[in-house]
Design a protein around this ligand. Structure first.
Ligand code: ATP
Length: 378
């Protein structure tokens, strides 16, 4: 049964028009663009026909997994046909192996981070002559990232042309979306008849989310979190912690994530597994953390914003903002790591631990994202 965004976007996508898919977190945008790709690519052809660009390795691994599930065919149905080949070309991957694979037998679908993709394009190892669909997932994040933006523009205009491909942009947040669609046409990132599929514009976040906040002093945040965990007793939760500042790093202080992990391990015994996921971990450690989360019966995932975009852990019922996110868009994406079962109406909780001075910041997020946050008292 299609979700609302799939119902709205699929007819546009199948008509061949370029599309900006703009719908709440957890609404099923991934399947919408993957179904288009599988309707377009010819699995028997050894040429890259679709590329999906993602901002992080974690999101890339997740999209690859869904694409491989869709690609798997029953051998008894059409034994003579080979199934669609899919390659993950992600930062931290084994580029040497990918190079030889791309040269010998190019896959039909490539899921890539921008850095790794541009490396292959610059070296002429990957060619886009046969590319028919280009998807940029979390598009607002990519255009906002000073590291990615110039490569992204090159990919959209220099490496391939709008006339030879169908271009799909997806995100739950596209600030100033009218301006963005105008830019898409002016800058020739999409064709002029691009369609903006905007699902539920008056409610930017899923309605099953219940937003709360607790006010406490700076030094009481650990004990407040422990108190919350005891009263909520979540089966599976994500605790978002801010990145360590350069100043704090230089002063030799322990990262806030490490301090929180220690505090949880000593004071919150008997809880679900406590797992860490942060930018500073190497790629193998990050992959191991996500595997642990998926295999655990229940988890407390302590994470920085690396887990805020796209990561799909449908069992998560509680989000805690141990530190406030830096802006409303980040709040939306952190909150959207819960409420990810499209046809379920069970309540999920997003709780921010703030100081009295931060109340006005949260209020600003409420005004911008049109939601109500209720105060909790202990
Ligand atoms: N038609 C469907 N029926 C049931 N579940 C679905 C359907 N489509 C997608 N899902 C499930 O919904 C969840 C969220 O989907 P997905 O990851 O595509 O969300 P998204 O819109 O990309 O969210 P985000 O903006 O946070 O990246 C996934 O677990 C997916 O398997």
């Amino acid at each position: 049964m299609p979700t609302p965004v799939q119902s709205e976007a699929l007819p546009v996508l199948f008509s061949g028009r370029d599309c900006v898919i703009h719908a709440q977190t957890g609404s099923g945008k991934t399947l919408a663009y993957l179904l288009l790709i599988f309707s377009v690519v010819n699995a028997q052809r050894s040429a890259v026909q679709a590329i999906i660009v993602v901002p992080t390795r974690e999101l890339g691994m997740q999209v690859t997994k869904v694409a491989r599930i869709l690609a798997a065919k029953s051998p008894e149905l059409e034994p003579e046909l080979k199934s669609c080949t899919i390659m993950a070309l992600l930062d931290g991957g084994t580029l040497r192996r990918h190079k030889s694979w791309l040269k010998v037998e190019p896959p039909a679908i490539v899921i890539a981070t921008l850095g790794s993709l541009c490396q292959m394009l610059d070296k002429h190892i990957l060619k886009l002559d046969a590319m028919r669909v280009l998807v940029i997932d979390e598009v607002d994040f990519m255009f906002n990232s000073s590291k990615e933006v110039s490569s992204l523009k090159r990919l959209l205009t220099n490496y391939s042309s709008i006339n030879n491909r169908q271009t799909i942009f997806a995100s739950a947040s596209i600030p100033q979306h009218r301006r963005f669609v105008y830019d898409c046409i002016q800058q020739k990132w999409t064709k002029a008849d691009v369609v903006h599929v905007h699902v539920n514009p008056v409610e930017p976040m899923p309605s099953c989310l219940y937003h709360r906040f607790v006010i406490c002093g700076r030094t009481e945040r650990h004990s407040t979190l422990l108190h919350l965990l005891q009263s909520d007793a979540p089966q599976s939760a994500i605790i978002f912690v801010g990145e360590q500042s350069e100043k704090s790093k230089k002063a030799g202080h322990a990262p806030p994530t490490t301090l929180l992990m220690e505090s949880l391990k000593t004071s919150h015994a008997g809880c679900p597994e406590i797992i860490l996921l942060e930018q500073d971990m190497n790629f193998n450690q990050r992959a191991a953390s996500l595997t642990d989360v998926k295999e655990a019966g229940g988890y407390l995932l302590v994470a920085t914003d690396i887990a805020a975009r796209g990561v799909d852990l449908p069992e998560t019922t509680h989000i805690y903002n141990f530190d406030l996110p830096k802006d409303a868009i980040n709040y939306l994406h952190r909150a959207g790591r819960t409420g990810r079962k499209p046809f379920s109406d069970s309540k999920c909780f997003v709780t921010s631990i703030i100081t009295a001075e931060e109340r006005f910041v949260l209020q600003r997020f409420e005004n911008e994202l049109l939601f109500h946050c209720e105060e909790l008292f202990f």
